[in-house]
Every structure is written in structure tokens, then in C-alpha cells.
Design a protein around this ligand. Structure first.
Ligand SMILES: Nc1ncnc2c1ncn2[C@@H]1O[C@H](COP(=O)(O)OP(=O)(O)OP(=O)(O)O)[C@@H](O)[C@H]1O
Length: 245
């Protein structure tokens, strides 16, 4: 990878599921060390987009590079540098928290320590708990810890704080701020305006499988002639965003 190469480059992505066109035409360029938000209403195509970038879904059309790697062709190399937390964690339900963390750590040459990972997501007290006995928010926090196990240089987070209580949400925001300070590139799918404004350098507003606007949070507000990011979102998409986080 050359230094001018972006961390994430997605060009003209398209993906349909049978008759549903989930992603019509999405292009994104995320620079090294940047935190990029992806904002959109339910069904806008956000998860499908990030799943394609993570190599979990093949696009029907378009080109993707993550740190110069093709997510599907260079899957093994990409796994070493990319951390992914998705909405549905497919984890072994009968394993304890600590066992899952250690399993994920074993995939990487220089992983974060188990104690650090549990501390980052406030699950130290649950280390012996079996996965299926965790609350929804705890499962979500564990999936974030697993995404960070290998000290990834690029992290994809889908609905980082949806369903988390206010204290856990703030804790996650601190964790992202620390990753950012370490130069990690973050792609953050979110419904929460406050989160996007606080964490993201730039935001892509996606609607009906297309990028409607891509700018800094302040730039989006100015461009829409709005007073807040919330108002800018409504002005850009004609839709209001339920803040579920
Ligand atoms: N596996 C699938 N099979 C069929 N249709 C799907 C599948 N996954 C998503 N879709 C459809 O594709 C469209 C885009 O979905 P996607 O999950 O990418 O949107 P999203 O912006 O992430 O939504 P949300 O905010 O609700 O998570 C929706 O119409 C959805 O119903």
C-alpha cells in the first residue's frame, strides 16, 4: 500500500437480493486514520454496504479495496488488519466470555490482552458468563471486543451503541476516541446523530442504496442550510431518523 492510498475505497457498489435493490450505487473513500460515519434510515443499504467492504458479501458490481487488498481475493491477509463488528454476532452460544475472547485472540500474532479487551468494553465482571446468558447490550459489547482483538488498522462498526445504556455508550465513544488517537481508521454505521457528530470526521448520508451527500458533520449542516445534523438529514433525505441509540 502506498501512503496516498485510502484505507477504504469503494467504487460504484451495487447489490440486490432477488427483487430488492439494497445498494444501487455507493462510492466511498475513507482516508487512513479517518472516522467515517454512515447515516441512513432503516433499509437504506448501510449494512449491505459495510458487509461488502468487509468481504462478507460479494457485490454484484463495483470495486473495493481495504488497505489496498481485495476483500474477497485477499481474505486471509485482510483478516489480520480489519476488525468487524456487525449487527448479528454469530458466536458460539455455549462458550464463556473469556473463552470467546481467547479464541479470537488466537487468530492474531500480537493480540490485545484478554484483560485489556474485557476492560475496554466493561465485561470484566462477566468473564466467566456463558454467551447466551449475556444481555443484548453485553453481547454487543463483546462483539466489539472481538472486533478489536487483533489490533486492527481498520475497524467496521455497525450500530456501535444501539441498545446500550448511556454509561456504556459513553464508554464506547471513549474507546473509539482512543482508537482514533492511535491512527485506526473507523467506518461507523449509526442511527445516532450525537454519536456521529461527536466521533466522525466525515459522514456519508445513504438513502435508497445511494450516497446522497458526503461531508463533515458541519459541512452537511451548512450545505442543507440547517441548524443541526438532524435537520440536515431530514432536508437531504426528506425522511426523519428515529434515534434508537
Ligand atoms: N439477506 C437479505 N435478503 C434479502 N433482503 C435483504 C437482506 N439483507 C437486507 N435486505 C434488504 O435490503 C435492503 C437494505 O438492507 P440493509 O440491511 O443493507 O439496510 P440498512 O440501511 O443497514 O438498514 P437498518 O438500519 O435497518 O439496519 C432492505 O430493503 C432489506 O430488507
Amino acid at each position: 500500500m502506498t501512503s496516498s492510498e485510502p484505507a477504504i475505497l469503494a467504487e460504484n457498489l451495487a447489490k440486490s437480493y432477488r427483487r430488492t435493490r439494497a445498494v444501487a450505487d455507493v462510492s466511498l473513500r475513507v482516508d487512513n486514520g479517518e472516522t467515517m460515519g454512515v447515516l441512513g434510515t432503516n433499509g437504506a443499504g448501510k449494512t449491505t454496504t459495510v458487509e461488502m467492504i468487509a468481504g462478507l458479501r460479494a457485490p454484484d458490481r463495483g470495486r473495493i479495496r481495504v488497505l489496498g487488498l481485495d476483500p474477497r481475493r485477499d481474505r486471509a491477509r485482510l483478516r489480520q488488519v480489519l476488525g468487524v463488528q456487525l449487527q448479528d454476532a454469530y458466536l458460539h452460544h455455549a462458550l464463556r466470555v473469556v473463552e470467546l475472547v481467547e479464541l479470537y485472540r488466537s487468530f492474531y500474532p500480537a493480540p490485545r490482552s484478554t484483560d485489556e479487551l474485557l476492560d475496554m468494553v466493561d465485561l470484566t465482571d462477566q468473564r466467566r458468563t456463558i454467551f447466551e446468558k449475556l444481555s443484548g447490550g453485553q453481547k454487543q459489547r463483546l462483539s466489539i471486543a472481538l472486533a478489536l482483538a487483533g489490533r486492527p488498522r481498520v475497524v467496521i462498526l455497525d450500530e456501535l451503541t444501539t441498545g446500550l445504556d448511556p454509561a456504556a455508550r459513553r464508554r464506547m465513544w471513549d474507546t473509539i476516541a482512543r482508537l482514533k488517537a492511535d491512527g485506526v481508521t473507523v467506518l461507523l454505521v449509526s442511527h445516532a446523530m450525537e454519536e456521529v457528530e461527536r466521533l466522525c470526521d466525515r459522514v456519508a448520508v445513504i438513502d435508497s442504496g445511494r450516497v446522497l451527500a458526503l461531508d463533515t458533520p458541519a459541512g452537511l449542516v451548512a450545505r442543507a442550510g440547517a441548524e443541526s445534523l438532524d435537520d440536515a438529514f431530514v432536508a437531504l433525505t426528506g425522511k426523519s431518523l428515529e434515534v434508537s441509540a
